[in-house]
Design a protein around this ligand. Structure first.
Ligand SMILES: Nc1ncnc2c1ncn2[C@@H]1O[C@H](COP(=O)(O)OP(=O)(O)OP(=O)(O)O)[C@@H](O)[C@H]1O
Length: 652
């Protein structure tokens, strides 16, 4: 047993064990993380400097979301602060009257006007608090909608190449956290403003009573403010540092708990392997969280201790002033009320400052993302409406993915005439899908130009062009909608008509299969819904092909449409593709070369370059790369593809 495990260890050492670092290299610090961390390590003064900007940002987004409610909240907040100041001064007046000499009845009568003012300000403050709460309840969902919709408007509009950049995915994750923060930032900013107005009101009242009490008030509250801000700062740093780790955790969650990965997880026995990864990533995460908790607790404890001592100093100072006869008893009593009110308001301020700062940082991730993502938005040009396709010219076109040394498509030049069915052929990774994606206007060439009727693609109206091209991608998406909707999204701008959907399904050999589903075309194709169904790979591919056929587009790009189809379905699908010849243009990408025999033109790609082109017969006659691939595949169908290897001679 021990020998077996030693052998196993020795073998795994030689092969290089699969470790978290080799599988999850992102766990290492990345350049953009370092940059952001440096920014967060700016001191507390920088935090103070930032608060007005953050509050302003919150006000702006709130204003954009709902002007009326924002005005109500802002007006009521300032009004409540003003009422606090009047209330405090009225309270002092009441105490002055009550502590004056003379019969009690006379003192009460004298205090009545001030008492009335006190009651009115208290009632007004309560009314404003109710108005603020009511307006806030309506404002929050509107703010949430405003920012979230803004984010989705950008994430659905950015060019496809944005998703190739690793930093973009992280940026987007933090931005979506930022949309939640906006919902917290707006009320936090309003509460902070309310607290500030309250503090100012108390400060004014205290100065009126005795100016010396103001610095004492500051001493009593600044340490807590510092501690809260420091804690927020620490939390934000940790959040940034854990961004990549969280993404990996999320991935591991999905891999271990989702249906899609469940069969392979079991068949390859990946349970232990994934749980190990979870433990290691979680171990790092827990250590970071514990270190953070220690630092936050220390900071808050120190702040509270200093704050407590400072409050005691304020009360001692007040006692000394009273004994010394420097302030009357009524003023001293008002002062105790004022100190408590100031502390209440200041604890609101410090707490809300923490929230505004922390949420504000996340919200800045959102606004920063929105700015950076703008660089990935397609250029807006006054574009012409494309006329019906006559010819597509691909002129010295290259595509280079970020962080890849070689070009995926390398200076390819070819022409496709309207009505032709052409095929892109080549080994895995030769650049077929990348070239098709550029022709379909999903990606832009890094060099060269693609012309639709002689004019570069970017000069045509993007949306109209999209309406003329249908694409069936190799990595099709299983949309969590009904079978009918899954086909209808092939022409989402047009009202879905059942007969069109059924006709498209019939062309893609999907009609009969869909009718056999429990609810026919209305069957939900997602197991996460009640009564939802899943389909086999080939059945999904038929639905995807139907989506491509729905529009009967001028240009149809079909990337590996039949890889999972049975022979009968495959034959019917290619018959439907052949039916388009002369009428509409089709670009076909497939490894099943028997299906491209009838193509008008076959383009052979190798390492991104166009190495051969011609009809099937021409290419076979040339005896080049296409002929090799075709012969190799055809041999698999021959009666006796390879002569049996000669047996070794045996002596009798
Ligand atoms: N989004 C991407 N980011 C980086 N590299 C990519 C990306 N997509 C494709 N590639 C690379 O570009 C090259 C061409 O890929 P492409 O998908 O165009 O090949 P293909 O001929 O369609 O392959 P297959 O027959 O396997 O579908 C490959 O080396 C691939 O690894």
């Amino acid at each position: 047993m021990a020998a077996t495990s030693t052998r196993r260890r020795a073998r795994s050492d030689r092969a290089g064990p699969v470790t978290t670092e080799s599988v999850l290299p992102e766990l290492r610090t990345m350049w953009w993380e370092t940059g952001i961390r440096a920014r967060t390590e700016a001191g507390l003064f920088a935090v103070f400097a930032e608060l007005p900007k953050l509050i302003w940002a919150a006000m702006r987004i709130s204003w954009q979301a709902d002007r009326l409610r924002t005005s109500v909240v802002a007006g009521a907040t300032v009004g409540a602060g003003v009422m606090s100041a009047f209330g405090l001064l009225a309270a002092q007046r009441v105490l002055v009257e009550l502590f004056a000499g003379g019969p009690t009845a006379d003192k009460v009568v004298a205090a009545l006007p001030a008492l009335a003012v006190l009651a009115a300000t208290t009632a007004a403050r309560s009314g404003m608090a109710i108005a603020t709460g009511y307006a806030m309840n309506g404002l929050t969902p509107r703010v949430s909608r405003e920012v979230e919709r803004g984010l989705f408007e950008v994430t659905t509009a950015v060019r496809l190449d944005a998703f190739d950049a690793d930093a973009f995915a992280d940026d987007m994750e933090r931005a979506s956290r930022g949309t939640d923060s906006a919902v917290d930032l707006v009320p936090a900013s309003m509460n902070l403003l309310a607290g500030l107005v309250g503090v100012i009101a108390v400060a004014v009242a205290v100065v009126v009573i005795h100016p010396l009490l103001l610095p004492a008030l500051l001493v009593a509250t600044v340490p807590n403010a510092w501690a809260s801000l420091r804690a927020g700062h620490l939390r934000y740093q940790t959040y940034i540092a854990g961004s990549v780790r969280r993404r990996r955790m999320w991935l591991l969650h999905r891999l271990m708990a989702e249906r899609a990965s469940a069969p392979e997880l079991r068949s390859y026995g990946l349970r232990r392997f994934l749980l190990d990864q979870y433990d290691r990533v979680m171990g790092v995460e827990t250590d970071i969280e514990l270190a953070l908790a220690r630092r936050v607790t220390t900071t808050i404890t120190v702040g509270s201790m200093i704050g407590g001592v400072a409050t005691a100093v304020v009360y001692v100072l007040l006692g000394l002033l009273l004994i010394d006869g420097q302030i009357p008893l009524a003023a001293a009593a008002t002062c105790v009320i004022a100190v408590q009110a100031a502390q209440r308001s200041l604890s609101v301020v410090t707490y809300q400052m923490d929230r505004v700062y922390t949420e504000g940082q996340h919200f800045r991730d959102y606004t920063g993302f929105m700015t950076r993502a703008a660089a990935y938005l397609p250029a807006r040009v006054a574009a012409a409406s494309p006329d019906r396709l006559r010819a597509l010219a691909i002129d010295a076109v290259s595509l280079r993915y970020p962080d890849r040394d070689s070009a995926a498509v390398d200076r390819v030049t070819l022409t496709i005439e309207a009505g032709q069915t052409v095929a892109f052929v080549g080994e895995n990774g030769s650049g077929k899908s990348s070239l098709a994606a550029m022709i379909a206007n999903l990606r832009s060439p890094t060099e060269g130009v693609i012309r639709w009727n002689g004019r570069p693609l970017p000069e045509w109206d993007r949306d109209e062009l999209r309406g003329r091209i249908a694409v069936v991608t190799q990595e099709y998406h299983k949309w969590p909608f009904t079978a009918a909707t899954n086909i209808a999204i092939g022409d989402i701008d047009t009202e879905a008509q059942q007969d069109r959907i059924e006709a498209a399904a019939a062309r893609a050999v999907a009609d009969e299969m869909i009718r056999e589903l429990p609810h026919g075309y209305e069957t939900l194709l997602d197991r996460t819904f009640a009564k939802g169904q899943d389909l086999s790979g080939g059945q999904w591919q038929r639905i995807t092909a139907a989506r491509g056929f729905l529009r009967d587009a001028e240009l149809l790009v079909m990337d590996e449409p039949s890889s999972a189809l049975d022979p009968r379905a495959e034959d019917a699908l290619f018959q439907a593709i052949r039916d388009r010849r002369g009428r509409a243009t089709t670009i076909l990408i497939t490894h099943r070369l028997a299906n491209v025999r009838h193509a008008d033109r076959i383009f052979v790609l190798h390492h991104g370059r166009l190495v051969e082109e011609g009809t099937h017969d021409e290419l076979v006659a040339v005896g080049g790369r296409y002929a090799d691939l075709f012969t190799l595949q055809a041999a698999g169908y021959a009666d006796n593809p390879r002569p049996p290897a000669p047996r070794p001679a045996t002596s009798c």
